[in-house]
Design a protein around this ligand. Structure first.
Ligand SMILES: CC(C)(COP(=O)(O)OP(=O)(O)OC[C@H]1O[C@@H](n2cnc3c(N)ncnc32)[C@H](O)[C@@H]1OP(=O)(O)O)[C@@H](O)C(=O)NCCC(=O)NCCSC(=O)C[C@H](O)C(=O)O
Ligand SMILES: [Mg+2]
Length: 271
């Protein structure tokens, strides 16, 4: 699966072997083995070993990423070396604030990097970060970003909207994938669905997740709608080139390209 087709990207602490086993039974598109904030300091080495072993065993057709610790921590260097030799598909780099951080990790790991934007500085630098050699995608780190911006935990996402849209613009300008941040309230199903729909509407490719119960909703919201796919197939079939009338609306070649991209996404996630 291509990164931009991923709808549901599930984080789990790599110290949690039960969650690793569980992830192999879930319909998520990517598993992210976390070595950073979800793992206590005294379990970092154990988590790293688990992550390398789990990536080696694979996750079926699911993409596999490992989130490493930031530069300046004692784990950053050993994690980069271990990941370079691993079978992980992507490295997730947290708290990125400049292009050099991506470039440096890519030069050691030699794996595509997903950079997490989690601060005001990161948002402002997002266009440059997205253009770095090795950058394959951006994740919103909305918990850290909210704190950095001084937005109270109880507030909604209104105060984040400019940052979310800036990061989407940055990713799109660099032609890389971009994914929404996690939703913490595990028992608020309606709130989760609303947040997925809002993220989809502003252009995110998919959503990062923290619990198995969130996977089906993210797949449904970010997966191509069956009606839209059927419409796209008819449009591709009918188009003859240039501006023309199709089922009461004007279409041009860009609409045909858009329809083809939708069909490709549908085929990628259905198989
Ligand atoms: C949030 C949790 C700590 C909740 O754990 P718990 O209450 O124990 O979960 P359940 O009892 O409901 O679990 C039921 C079964 O599902 C498995 N499980 C739970 N979570 C996951 C998961 N993420 N992936 C795979 N499997 C999972 C349990 O093992 C149970 O399995 P079984 O007993 O065999 O049926 C917990 O869900 C959790 O740890 N979530 C992930 C936390 C995490 O990774 N956080 C880091 C990413 S968040 C982030 O990036 C923030 C960002 O940096 C920012 O700034 O915004
Ligand atoms: Mg964070």
């Amino acid at each position: 699966m291509l990164l931009r087709h991923a709808r549901s990207l599930l984080f789990l602490p790599a110290s949690n072997r039960r969650a690793i086993t569980k992830a192999r039974t879930l319909p998520c598109d990517m598993v992210i083995l976390d070595l950073e904030d979800a793992v206590p300091d005294d379990r970092k080495e154990e988590a790293r070993a688990n992550a390398i072993e789990a990536a080696g065993e694979g996750f079926g057709g699911r993409l596999c990423a490992v989130r490493i610790n930031v530069e300046g921590t004692p784990w950053h260097g050993p994690e980069m070396v271990a990941i370079k030799r691993s079978r992980a598909d992507y490295v997730v780099l947290p708290k990125v604030e400049n292009l050099k951080q991506v470039k440096d990790v890519f030069s050691v790991c030699q794996k595509p990097i997903i950079a997490m934007i989690e601060s005001a500085t990161g948002v402002i630098a997002a266009a440059s970060i997205a253009s770095a050699e090795g950058a394959a995608g951006l994740f919103m780190g909305t918990n850290d970003l909210r704190q950095d911006l001084g937005i109270p935990p109880s507030a909604g996402r209104e105060g984040l909207s400019f940052a979310l849209q800036s990061v989407i613009l940055s990713a799109r300008a660099a032609r890389i994938a971009v994914f929404d941040g996690v939703f913490n309230r595990l028992d608020d199903e309606a709130g989760f669905e609303t947040e997925c729909a809002a993220g989809h509407a502003i252009g995110f490719d998919g959503k990062t997740l923290i619990h198995p119960s969130q996977v089906p909703v993210a797949n449904q919201v970010f997966g191509p709608d069956a009606q839209a796919v059927a419409d796209a197939r008819r449009l591709i079939e009918a188009a003859t080139g240039g501006a023309e009338r199709f089922e009461g609306r004007m279409i041009e070649s860009m609409h045909v390209e858009e329809a083809k991209a939708l069909v490709a996404r549908a085929e990628a996630v259905i198989s």
